[in-house]
Design a protein around this ligand. Sequence first.
Ligand code: HEM
Length: 523
Amino acid sequence: MAAITVDFQLCFIFILLWLFSMFCLSAFFFKKPKEPQLQDCELPPSPPSFPVTGHLHLLLSVPSHKSFQKLSSKFGPLLHLRAFNIPIVLVSSGSMANEVLRTQDLNFATRDREIPIMEKSLLFGSFGFVSAPYGNYWRFMKKLLVTKLLGSHSLERTRLIRGEELKTFRAMLFDKAAKNVAVDVGKEMMKLTNNSICRMIMGRECSEENGEAEKIRGLVTKSLSLVRKFLIASTVGRLLKKLGISLFEKEIMEVSQRYDELLEKIIKEHEENPNKKEDRDMIDVLLEVYTDDSAEYKITRNQIKALFVELLLAGTDTSAQTTQWIMAELINHREVLARLREEIESVVGKTRLIQETDLSDLPYMQAVLKEGLRLHPHSPILVRNATEGCRIGGFYIPQNTTMIINSYAVMRDPNSWEDPDKFQPERFMVSPSKGKEEIREQLALNYIPFGSGRRGCPGTNLGYIFVGVAIGTMVQCFDWSINGDKVNMEETGDMTLSMAHPLKCTPVARIDPLASFESADLW
Ligand code: HEM
């Protein structure tokens, strides 16, 4: 099991905050609650805390989903925590999560009510969709995403692009197999998803030759490494900002500037040379809305740029990490890999390569993907804010409480899942004793790798496609060897869940690509 540690930088911040809080002791410690009636309401139970800083030490320990899981298994599925005087409720069971994400969805449809601390940044700033409060702007963009950008019609239109990128991925694997060289699965998947999403957004190849694709991947990786710093800055950094201390602002604004330059260039290219109707990409669609005076909502240039930054961040690493985890599970569970390969061969046949239109005919594949996502959710922590005070699980949740939903704990809850830590895709297959309805109910309550409700992931279908075809290709065309007997499944990351030891494995071609398959499929 991964050790729970607090890194040095966080320790430093913690000490700084501790000193600061002592300095402000009177302001916080003797502050009366704003809503007197809360004193009479029953808040969820609370674990022991420090004076002044409260549970801050628990909130800063990493990996947070693990320390929160430990906390909930000791003290219960609904816990009241606080960082200084900021109220936080930790949710760790399917039924409680269901109340927040679905039953009372509207009340929790905003992630953070505060204006983002780095307002002018394209990354995590106030132009973004992911951090936007529930309101006109969010609703307008969500409709656009669902109907025009990520909906089934748009995915159908962009299938060719993804097919071409999959070919490049497959050719790379055959090349590595011929040279007997190991593949860094996460890194290669980042190329596949990054290039596909760039082409879906910008309609042109982020060329490997001129280094543009590498530049965008570098920006995505750098941005992901800033997520935690941003969260620290936006929770406790507000207090320090009053003293003139800006946490991580320079670093985040530098990345924002680099995105801005890149996206401004691409937007200008589109304005000067708009694509024809049949070749329209996401930028064309958004520029049309941008220039339409009668549009329901007047979006700005910065909002367009911020949306692309977010789609790149939300779509690439999520799918890449998920593929890596699932492939690692398959290598450690050869019997599952064999059954999956059997299914692919019986449905797709032996003379054709798997493609995304096959996925809906592969129930065992879908079970494998679901089980991988259950055990290794890319975003183990979901965040919401209570717009109004309300009751959850019989307890009072004050207005403006930050809700932390530990999806990792929900999907490994021993009260809801049999052998919760085991990789068993069969649990998602319909059996005579377990009807479809029962599985659907179980999933509705306890399966939330894409979040749920209004703020649930709008890229779920695209995510399943990316991961499904990549896993399908790796299983159909290759056997896999690793150093040692088993892949090391140690976890790392805090707000996201990654492999502590990135998967490196060597493909051994199972087929002669030139003899066995229709050659048009291959190159
Ligand atoms: C395996 C792949 C993926 C996983 C596991 C995943 C997971 C998630 C999760 C957990 C959330 C938060 C949901 C919540 O708070 O309830 C989310 C939100 C989001 N995802 Fe995904 N995602 C994936 C792929 C994608 C793709 C491919 C895209 C688009 C290109 C995308 C775009 C988004 C956006 C825009 C949001 C914010 C939604 C909002 O705030 O309303 N995701 N995703």
